[in-house]
Design a binder for this molecule. Sequence first.
Ligand SMILES: *Cc1c(COP(=O)(O)O)cnc(C)c1O
Length: 498
Amino acid sequence: MKYQSTRDKSVVVESAQAIKQGLSAEGGLFVPCEFPTITKAELDEMKGMTYQQRAVAVLGKFLTDFTKEELEDCVARAYGSQFEDAAIAPLHQLGDNAHVLELWHGPTCAFKDMALQILPKFLVYSMKKTGEDNTVVILVATSGDTGKAALEGFKDVEGTKIIVFYPCDGVSDIQKLQMATQRGDNVAVGAVKGNFDDAQTGVKRIFTDKEYEKELLDNHYVLSSANSINWGRLVPQVVYYISAYCDLIRDGKIANGDQVNVCVPTGNFGNILAAYYASKMGLPIGRFLCASNENQVLTDFIRTGKYDCKREFYTTASPSMDILISSNLERLLFDLAGEDDSVIRLLMDKLKEDGSYTVSQRVMDKVQKLFYGGCADDQQTFDTIRKVKETYDYTVDTHTAVAVKVYEDYVKETGDKTPTIIASTASPFKFGDSVVSAIEGAQAVEGKDCFQLLDLCSEVSGLQAPASLRELKTLQVRFSDTFEKEDMKQYVSRMLNI
Ligand SMILES: *Cc1c(COP(=O)(O)O)cnc(C)c1O
């Protein structure tokens, strides 16, 4: 199986190369040249398998330059005891037709673990396969969830180092602690004075510094990123939609072959695209419900065909979806435009120049047939958290609540009773402040520190807080460096001893 670039189809590589490189040289994203299939008989066989066995089966169809043993090794190490639930991605039923897919039982309590636990393992094999013998240095600028998930994924992975920068005022207390206490011999974390954009711009500047690239290479280092456009982050996400469908068959909720819908709280469009790819393989998915917060650039796109990121940016209670440029949408458009790379070049040039683009009527018709776009503001999000708790005695975080709200709106509008998989992307404990105040009122959280909030969230939800969050209280802070964004490169050099 080969991979092609969305902006130049003549660029064709194996998956190991796509994973090592991340982005194609001309800026395009790697996508499979053709999609493998999954048959009804295979789904039937998979319903009796563990998550790990299902993962090996699905990944094997895409990563054909990896051996089965290599994939088994990656999977065993990625989806092991660091997940608090042995099912890895279990379903929780809400009412008659909704099934919440809990993707947050991993070490950092957000769904990014599903991909970032396994990407580093893929990368080590990809480096061997492509003859790379320099040490790969992963640089990440994070607004919270990604940085910690990348640190956990890459810690002590041979042949790699990881350096994460976060804005010193831009992440929550618990996120800051999660990163500052990070263990591992190949990790470093720095706080940058400024906002997320400052950290991001600083990282981009290091990536494009040709002289520095040479200096690093002289010291046997090459830079790489772990961001969500890497194929190695997308492909593990296809697995859990197929796995959820198998669980629904196994538990007698649907018959094999029945259609399901999926509803996904969306930021960069990676998670929902993985569901679309599962359906391209043959998983019977009817509609894709794309849920946004107040940054509703995708809702508007699905409704009008115009993607326009020239708009106000809102900081919301679901911060991991505060995004105006959804990079992975490019992959969907490539597919819906009949894999015409010239169309994608035009659209992406327009986005860069004007901050907006409009797709053709033909593409638009396809988008609207498959996707439903909806959104929720913070008040609606909080109301949904409270209502879900009252009605179902189930506690959801802010991101998941956005999806639940959009699902409810969709059902109201259409009357569609198709069983629906709702992706739940973070543990309620990770956003305890919002969750507790939604259920108990704002006064309940006033003046509480992040550990008191864990206890409160525990009382409210009736669940035990994840061990990885509780233990933060006892861990030593290892990284307390704060510096100006101009000094980020110097920090990298210091951490690499060059
Ligand atoms: C990253 C993230 C999202 C958005 O996922 P995309 O793949 O970027 O669409 C949603 N919820 C949480 C909690 C996240 O961390």
